[in-house]
Design a protein around this ligand. Structure first.
Ligand code: DAH
Length: 339
């Protein structure tokens, strides 16, 4: 019996394979119900007591050797499979998913491009502002409601430090640091202490425009805005200017563009008026020029400001502004391929 066990042991030690099927056959041959190990145990019952100890030890050694061998071969087999996957250089490359630009970025880039064409350069200002740049320099009277805590996120009081509520603050910065002619746009993020709803958010984006030179007139403002509307919404777009009020412009106006969806015939997007409100604008108030050290005797200028989200909603016919901030991949994917 000892010789039999030894020959099995030799067989186990010299066995080698990476094929899962062959390894399984090997396991069944030795460890299966009717396998060689079990028949050794059956025979073991008839071994005389004097030899039991030695033969028992031999069978145990064989059993351990079988188990170790199977373990070793199995791990080699999965390793070799993994390696062969890794090294197959002939496989076609997997497509990496390409991201898409956010609709707010798409519209901001478009606005910048349109104004670049007619000589406006881009500048940016800080999101955290002081009272002078945000309100006082822009001719806001001390009791103006926009200065209220309800509209503005304050960071500090006395002296007042706050998150900017509009990009008009950048006007003051460039007028203080530069000399006319100034022809620039200022894209950026703004913050308002407002309840979030389908139509408004507490964080959004604006683009501000400023043109200051000798003899700049309201006609220049109007032509600039007509050019913008046609580039943005199509050559058939019409604009209309309604008188309005802003502390930093005089006269001031709000601009509507003919509804891009119904072409002015009336639909639920334009609330059956045929017009969509797009931006605020006006001639820079002489007080603002004087506040920033630019002579209001020598220079005039115009300014305008628009909300980027608002234009994105109209352009893509989105009904709820909140979806622009949710980063839902199913929504964002729709804009892939647009620059
Ligand atoms: N700052 C204004 C707002 O946030 C928008 C605006 C209106 C900007 C008139 C201007 C302007 O430059 O002339 O509502």
């Amino acid at each position: 019996m000892i010789d039999q066990i030894k020959s099995y042991l030799n067989e186990v030690q010299s066995f080698h394979s990476t094929s899962p099927q062959e390894i399984e056959n090997f396991r069944i041959r030795f460890l299966g119900k009717k396998g060689l190990l079990n028949s050794l145990f059956v025979e073991f019952k008839n071994v005389p007591n004097t030899e039991k100890k030695e033969i028992g030890q031999q069978i145990n050694t064989l059993k351990n050797a079988i188990n170790e061998k199977i373990q070793e071969l199995k791990s080699q087999s999965t390793e070799s499979q993994q390696n062969s996957n890794k090294t197959d250089l002939t496989l076609p490359a997997e497509n990496e998913p390409v991201g898409s630009r956010h609709p707010v970025s798409i519209v901001r880039n478009q606005i910048c491009e349109i104004f670049n064409k007619i000589g406006f350069t881009i500048a940016e200002g800080p999101e955290i502002e002081n009272d002078w740049h945000l309100f006082s320099g822009l001719n806001f009277p001390p009791e103006h409601p926009a200065r209220d805590m309800q509209d503005t996120f304050f960071i500090e009081k006395n002296p007042d430090i706050m998150l900017r509520t509009h990009t008009s603050s950048v006007q003051i910065r460039v007028m203080q640091s530069g000399k006319p002619p100034l022809r620039q746009i200022f894209p950026g993020r703004v913050f308002r202490n407002e309840a979030i709803s389908a139509r408004s958010h507490c964080i959004f984006h604006q683009v501000e425009g400023l043109y200051i030179d000798e003899n700049v007139s309201f006609a220049d403002l109007k032509q600039t805005l007509v050019f913008f509307a046609r580039e943005m919404f199509g050559m058939d777009s019409k604009i209309r200017l309604r008188p309005s009020y802003f502390p930093f412009t005089e006269p001031s106006a709000e601009m509507d563009v003919s509804c891009t969806i119904c072409n002015g015939t009336g639909c639920n997007i334009c609330k059956y008026t045929g017009w969509l409100e797009i931006l605020g604008c006006g001639m820079v108030d002489p007080n603002v020029l004087d506040n920033t050290g630019i002579s209001s005797e020598q220079y005039t200028g115009f300014a305008f400001g628009m909300g980027i989200e608002r234009i994105a909603l109209l352009k893509y016919q989105i009904k709820d502004i909140r979806i622009l901030f949710e980063n839902d991949i199913r929504f964002l994917h729709q804009f892939s391929g647009t620059i």
